[in-house]
Design a protein around this ligand. Structure first.
Ligand SMILES: NC(=O)c1ccc[n+]([C@@H]2O[C@H](COP(=O)([O-])OP(=O)(O)OC[C@H]3O[C@@H](n4cnc5c(N)ncnc54)[C@H](O)[C@@H]3O)[C@@H](O)[C@H]2O)c1
Length: 367
């Protein structure tokens, strides 16, 4: 068993408790401290969730015992917070998106390489039992050669439930940067990197009205596209259709389907770790549910644990900054394509992350 790695979290908001629970499920991780610009919030979350220390951001970064900084701030400051952690000599695991511009994403990659530290990035849901079972089915040839895919995220936005809904409609938010990372990371894990994209996007409503109890009736100006449709040509050949939308009240679309030369794979919601995996091979009269071959009970934190194992053994981390940068490049290209009325060829690529091995014990990963 490798040595425990001390983790400091920056950003003590809505998603913080999920990371506390998720990280605690892995004995390689020791949650040592939490920080937030809102120091009261950090102190309150630390007390509520039993995190030993609530610190200022500067104090957390200056603590030599902290090895990994988990960045759970809002998207528009992801890059600044990750770069500060890298400059302090810390490994980083960031919430998605890695950054909100290609330039900032590249700066993170270069700074990490120069400092000799690792950067990982959410989502890590592709390491859950649902998505890993799909990966094994594809790699083992159950649907033959993938030729096409669809991915649909349709909803009416988070202003009805999120306590701080503003960032979802500001630059860096929207259904593309906020939600497409789940769908695109799943597709890249299953099909490999994307070669070129075409996109159309719009702001359907110039303002939204919060209906969460904390902000009922408050108007939220909309700075980013809220309905985005895209075509993605994968380097290996498949063509995917992607819709991400905060403008749809009701739909009966699948989340992700992969169409292969020998059958179809129904992939569960890529925003969760489990879900139902279904296959229908050519000639089959019915869909078959496939038992999950990997743990579906893990949560947000498996990506941090995988980073800790990777640092300890020297192997690549699966939820890597390279993968997240490629996903950011795809999303940026979708908006460029829409604005410029042309296909956009991608400048980045990445390797498919290594699949998880079968038979891992709960709370452990491969070294
Ligand atoms: N809420 C969810 O369900 C959810 C799910 C998955 C991923 N995420 C992602 O997690 C991240 C955080 O989301 P959230 O919902 O917890 O947001 P949130 O607004 O509830 O929390 C963000 C926290 O970051 C702090 N913060 C902002 N700027 C900071 C800075 N410069 N330095 C230190 N702290 C700073 C804020 O004070 C706040 O406490 C986002 O990237 C989001 O996309 C959220």
């Amino acid at each position: 068993m490798p040595e425990q790695v001390k983790v400091g979290v920056i950003g003590a908001g809505k998603i913080f408790p999920a990371y506390v629970a998720g990280c605690r499920a892995f004995s390689i991780l020791e949650l040592a401290a939490v920080a937030d610009v809102d120091t009261d919030r950090a102190a309150q979350q630390a007390a509520e969730h039993g995190v030993p220390r609530a610190l200022s951001v500067d104090a957390l970064l200056a603590d030599p015992a902290i090895q990994i900084v988990v960045n759970l701030t809002v998207p528009k400051v992801h890059a600044a917070v990750s770069l500060a952690a890298i400059a302090a000599g810390k490994h980083v695991y960031s919430e998605k998106p890695l950054a909100i511009t290609r330039a900032d994403g590249l700066q993170i990659l270069h700074a990490a390489a120069a400092q000799g530290v690792r950067v990982g990035c959410a989502p890590d849901t592709f390491l859950g039992g649902g998505q890993q079972t799909c990966r094994k089915l594809i790699d083992d040839g159950w649907i033959g050669e993938p030729v096409a895919a669809v991915a649909f995220m349709t909803g009416h936005g988070p202003e009805g439930w999120h306590p701080n809904p503003d960032f979802f409609y500001q630059v860096g938010g929207g259904p593309l940067l906020d939600m497409a990372p789940y769908y695109l990371t799943s597709l890249v894990n299953l099909l490999g990197p994307v070669r070129r994209v075409a996109g159309s996007s719009r702001i359907s409503f110039p303002e939204r009205v919060a209906t969460s109890p904390e902000h009922f009736g408050r108007r939220l100006p909309v700075e980013v596209s809220t309905h985005v449709a895209a075509l993605l040509d994968f380097a290996a050949g498949p063509i995917a259709t992607l819709i991400t939308s905060f403008d749809v009240w009701h739909a009966s679309l699948p989340r992700i389907e992969i169409y292969g030369s020998a059958g179809t794979l129904s992939v569960p919601d890529p925003n969760i770790f489990g879900g139902v995996v279904r296959v229908r091979r050519a000639g089959a009269a019915e869909w078959s549910d496939v038992p999950l071959l990997f743990d579906a009970e893990v949560g947000r934190g498996i990506g941090v644990a995988d980073l800790a194992y990777a640092i300890s053994s020297g192997r690549p981390q699966r939820a890597s900054a390279e993968l997240a940068f490629h996903v950011l490049d795809v999303m940026t290209a979708v908006e460029e394509s829409s604005a410029e009325a042309r296909h956009v060829l991608l400048g980045s690529t990445c390797a498919r992350p290594e699949p998880l091995p079968l038979g891992l014990l709960r709370g452990e990963l491969d070294e």
